[in-house]
Design a protein around this ligand. Structure first.
Ligand code: RAM
Length: 524
C-alpha cells in the first residue's frame, strides 16, 4: 500500500503499512516529578565554559518566603539536566488585590550562558525559535500557570516584567514532570574500578535517557527529531543499556515509511504530528540505514524485520553506487551531500568512500542471511571500491588517505578508512598511531566523529589510547560541567558552534551518548 506526498523538490512514496507498524510500536512515556534544588545566580568567570558559572545562593525551599515585584527575577537550578513539563506553577499575589495582570517571562537553559546572555543577542543561521523563552500575561491570581510545551533544561529564570505598584507575587510550587521512554531499571550498574569511567558511563546513559522520547530524538532542545546518523549511535548505546529493541524497530520503520521516489531514505524525519520526511538527503546517513538495520538484527535476532526492510536497505547501497565515478570513487562536490562532521573545511570524498565500504561489508552479511541475489554484485562492488581507495586515495609519501582535488589529509578520512578496513589490521594500527602523532589540521569538531576515532582505536587494539582519548574528551566535558553530553565540543575552543553562537548548541545530544556503548561493549 503506497501513496504519494510532495515535500518541496522531493516526491515521497509513503508506505502506509510500514508507518502503521511504527505507530503500533509507539512507546509509553515514563513520568517523574522533580523539584528544584537551588536558587542561583550566574556570574562571569573567564575559566568557565562560555565565560559563565552558576553560583549557588540558597536552597530552593527559600523561594516560598520571597516576593517579586516589577524588575525582580530569580533563577532555579534543578540540579541536573531534565526533559519535561512545568505544568503547575503556583503563583499568589502579595499585598493589595492584584489590580493589573502579571507580566511574566520564563527562560529555560541547559547551560549558564542561556541564563546570562539575552537571546536577542543571537544572530546565528539556524532559527532563534529554538531558544527556550516564553512571556505570559496572567489575569487571575492566585493561579496555577501551566506551560504546554516540553522543555530541555537544568536552569529556569523567572522575570517579573510587570505586576503593579500595589502587589507583588510569590511562587510556592514549581515542579517539573519529566518524560522519557527509557526504563532505567533495565540498566545493569557498571561498577568500574575507575571512577572517571563510571562517571562518563553515567552521563552517557543520562544523555541517552533524555533523548529517548517517542522516537530517538537527536537533542530534546534542538532539533527534537529523528536523524539517521544519530539513531545509529543511540541504538548501539541502547543495546548496552536500556535494551529497548522496539524503539529502534519503530524508528527503522519510520524512515522506511517515507523514502523518496528514487528509494532514498531522508536524513531525518519529523514525527510530532503526521510523519514527514525532511528534504535533507545526506549520502552517509542514507547508507547508515543498512548498518543500523544490521546492528538491530545482530542484537534482536529479528529476522522478519531484517527480511522486510532489506530491499530498502539494499537500495541505499545502490543509490550510493550511482555516486561513484568511473574510477569507483565517490564523486566529490562542494554541496552538503554527506555529513561526516561539522568541520567546515572538511572534504567529504574519502570519508564517504570509507562509510560506503563499511556499509557494503555489512550489506554482504545481510545478503548472506536473507539469501539475496545481489550478494555477488555486493562482493564485486566491495572489491572495486576498496581497490579504488588504495589506488587513488592513498598517498604513499604522506602515508595518509587524501580526499578531494586538493588531496586533503583529514582526521575523518583516516578514521573512516580504518573502519572500512581498506588496509589490514597492522597497517590500520600504524595509520591511527601516525594520525595521533602528526595531528593533521583538519580535525574533529563533534563527539559524533570523536566516537568513530575512539572505536577505531579499539578495533585496531590500541585500547589504552582509546581510553585516554575518551577521558580527555568526554571526561573534560564533565569537568566543564556536563550533566549530559553536548552536541559540539572542541577542547581547544570551548565556544565552538557551527551555527554562529554556542547558546543555540544542544547540550544533551544523542550522538554524544556513545561512551557507555564503548565502555560496556568492549569492556574498557
Ligand atoms: C545537526 C544535529 C543532528 C545531526 C545533523 C547532521 O543538525 O546536530 O544531530 O545529525 O546536524
Amino acid at each position: 500500500m503506497a501513496n504519494i506526498q510532495v515535500v518541496k523538490d522531493h516526491t515521497i512514496i509513503r508506505n502506509e503499512a510500514f508507518i502503521a507498524k511504527a505507530e503500533q510500536l509507539k512507546p509509553e512515556l515514563i513520568c517523574t516529578e522533580v523539584h528544584p534544588v537551588h536558587l542561583i545566580d550566574v556570574v562571569s568567570d573567564d575559566s568557565a565554559v562560555h565565560g559563565w558559572r552558576a553560583n549557588v545562593l540558597e536552597p530552593a525551599d527559600a523561594l516560598a518566603d520571597k516576593s517579586f515585584g516589577k524588575g525582580d527575577s530569580f533563577i532555579l537550578d534543578f540540579g541536573t539536566h531534565l526533559v519535561g513539563y512545568l505544568d503547575h506553577i503556583h503563583i499568589k499575589p502579595v499585598g493589595s488585590p492584584p489590580d493589573a495582570p502579571l507580566h511574566l517571562k520564563i527562560t529555560f537553559g541547559e547551560m549558564p550562558i542561556e541564563m546570562a546572555e539575552p537571546f536577542s543577542s543571537y544572530e546565528g543561521w539556524i532559527s532563534s525559535s529554538w531558544l527556550q523563552e516564553e512571556v505570559f500575561h496572567i489575569d487571575v491570581l492566585p493561579g496555577v500557570l501551566s506551560l504546554p510545551r516540553r522543555y530541555s533544561f537544568r536552569y529556569v529564570k523567572f522575570e517579573v516584567l510587570a505586576a503593579s505598584q500595589k502587589y507583588s507575587v510569590s511562587f510556592d510550587e514549581i515542579v517539573c514532570r519529566t518524560v522519557t521512554s527509557a526504563d532505567v531499571s533495565k540498566v545493569t550498574p557498571l561498577e568500574h574500578t575507575d571512577e572517571l569511567i563510571n562517571k562518563i558511563d553515567e552521563v552517557s546513559i543520562k544523555t541517552l535517557q533524555d533523548c529517548m522520547q517517542l522516537v530517538f530524538e537527536d537533542g530534546p532542545k534542538r532539533d527534537r527529531r529523528l536523524w539517521l546518523g544519530d539513531l545509529r549511535l543511540q541504538a548501539l548505546a541502547n543495546y548496552e543499556t536500556f535494551k529497548n529493541y522496539d524503539l529502534v524497530k519503530r524508528n527503522l520503520y519510520l524512515f522506511a515509511g517515507v523514502p523518496n521516489d528514487k528509494g532514498q531514505i531522508t536524513a531525518n524525519v519529523f514525527t510530532f504530528a503526521d510523519l514527514i520526511a525532511d528534504d535533507t538527503y545526506l549520502l552517509d546517513y542514507s547508507i547508515f540505514f543498512v548498518t543500523t538495520l544490521y546492528d538491530y538484527y545482530l542484537e534482536s535476532q529479528d529476522l522478519d524485520t531484517l527480511t522486510e526492510l532489506w530491499p530498502l536497505a539494499l537500495k541505499q547501497i545502490e543509490i550510493a553506487l550511482e555516486h561513484l565515478d568511473e574510477r569507483h570513487l565517490i564523486r566529490d562536490s562542494n554541496s552538503w551531500y554527506s555529513f561526516i562532521d561539522w568541520n567546515q573545511d572538511l572534504n567529504k570524498q574519502a570519508p564517504t568512500q570509507g562509510v560506503l565500504i563499511y556499509a557494503i561489508r555489512r550489506a554482504i552479511h545481510i545478503a548472506e542471511i536473507v539469501s539475496c541475489d545481489s550478494l555477488g554484485m555486493l562482493k564485486h562492488q566491495l572489491d572495486l571500491t576498496v581497490e579504488a581507495a588504495k589506488e587513488h586515495l592513498w598517498d604513499e609519501v604522506a602515508s595518509f588517505f587524501v580526499s578531494g582535488a586538493d588531496r586533503q589529509v583529514s582526521w575523518a578520512s583516516q578514521i573512516w578508512m580504518v573502519h572500512a578496513e581498506v588496509w589490514d589490521h597492522r597497517k590500520n594500527k600504524e595509520l591511527l598511531n601516525r594520525l595521533l602523532e602528526v595531528k593533521p589540521v583538519v580535525g574533529v569538531t563533534t563527539p559524533y566523529l570523536y566516537h568513530h576515532l575512539v572505536e577505531a582505536l579499539i578495533v585496531v587494539g590500541e585500547t589504552s589510547q582509546a581510553i585516554a582519548q575518551m577521558k580527555a574528551y568526554w571526561g573534560e566535558m564533565i569537568k566543564d560541567g556536563a550533566d549530559t553530553f553536548w552536541e559540539l565540543y572542541d577542547p581547544s575552543n570551548k565556544s565552538f558552534s557551527p551555527y554562529g553562537n554556542p547558546m543555540i548548541n544542544s547540550y544533551c545530544h544523542a550522538w554524544s551518548c556513545t561512551p557507555t556503548y564503548l565502555i560496556r561493549k568492549y569492556n574498557l
